[in-house]
Design a protein around this ligand. Sequence first.
Ligand SMILES: Cc1cc2nc3c(=O)[nH]c(=O)nc-3n(C[C@H](O)[C@H](O)[C@H](O)COP(=O)(O)OP(=O)(O)OC[C@H]3O[C@@H](n4cnc5c(N)ncnc54)[C@H](O)[C@@H]3O)c2cc1C
Length: 268
Amino acid sequence: MVRELSTARLEKKVCISESAQCYHFEFVLDSLESFPFAAGQFISAVAPDASGKQQTRAYSIASATNGNRFDLCVNRVESGFFSNYLADLPDLPIGATIQIHGPHGHFILKEPVTDSILIATGTGVAPMRGFAQWLFPEDGPDRSNGKEIWLVYGTRHETELYYHDEFAALAARHPNFHYMVTLSRAQESWTGLRGYVQEYVAKIVEERAARLGLTLPQSPPDPAIPKAELTFDIYAYICGLNNMVAGVRETLAGYGWHRKQIVFERYD
Ligand SMILES: Cc1cc2nc3c(=O)[nH]c(=O)nc-3n(C[C@H](O)[C@H](O)[C@H](O)COP(=O)(O)OP(=O)(O)OC[C@H]3O[C@@H](n4cnc5c(N)ncnc54)[C@H](O)[C@@H]3O)c2cc1C
């Protein structure tokens, strides 16, 4: 299938973790008046490799819809083609371009907004930044409906936390946004949470059930309700590498969560 490509001009590139070689990018689509998308969707980037073969890779949009702009968050993958192609885009003089198509994907928030657990590791935090910007815009009304929103963000080291200050500031401004960082290989000086995201997802589910007087595991939904019409009062949104996604899905399934309550995006 031939896709219509758009040229995206790089306006800003910042290395947000030296140790993880992770970059934040801001692109502008000059030929479009607006680039509407749902927070959590991805774009496909296209470029020829050294042999001239067109390569395409998906990248989650790391921002909420904003005119003709979008952000990406990409880390170098050893011996990888596209992640290094992006990481090597010259940041000065500014104005390098890439070809993209999209937006694509179904990793988007359910509406109306419910209590939600956002779970990410590594650059899986990219769509979560989009969700957070959409739910709690700086220059518009809050879209969270007062629901509880948890962001459980796991990485190995403190130096590999992306957008940490932004999420911390958001949590300070919005009491219903709960930002939980857990490090799997923290230094001794780290005073925050340690271990894997699954552990803290379990804690959220258990504490919420206790607070609301719900029993766990939750009962399956009424089989008379058609699958397409099933709705839940809490959803989980998981993004990252397959191992983590599978681990969190298993944890939630253990609490009787229905598979339709678990929305996920796998990067590998
Ligand atoms: C829907 C979707 C959204 C994505 N969003 C992002 C994003 O926001 N940011 C981001 O950095 N990546 C994202 N990815 C991953 C991205 O598409 C590429 O797979 C990644 O950048 C590596 O591409 P590459 O061309 O550099 O490596 P390749 O040349 O494709 O692969 C090189 C080697 O690295 C392994 N590999 C591939 N991907 C990864 C990975 N993610 N981590 C570790 N090893 C890997 C491959 O198995 C292979 O052995 C997303 C993937 C999907 C499917």
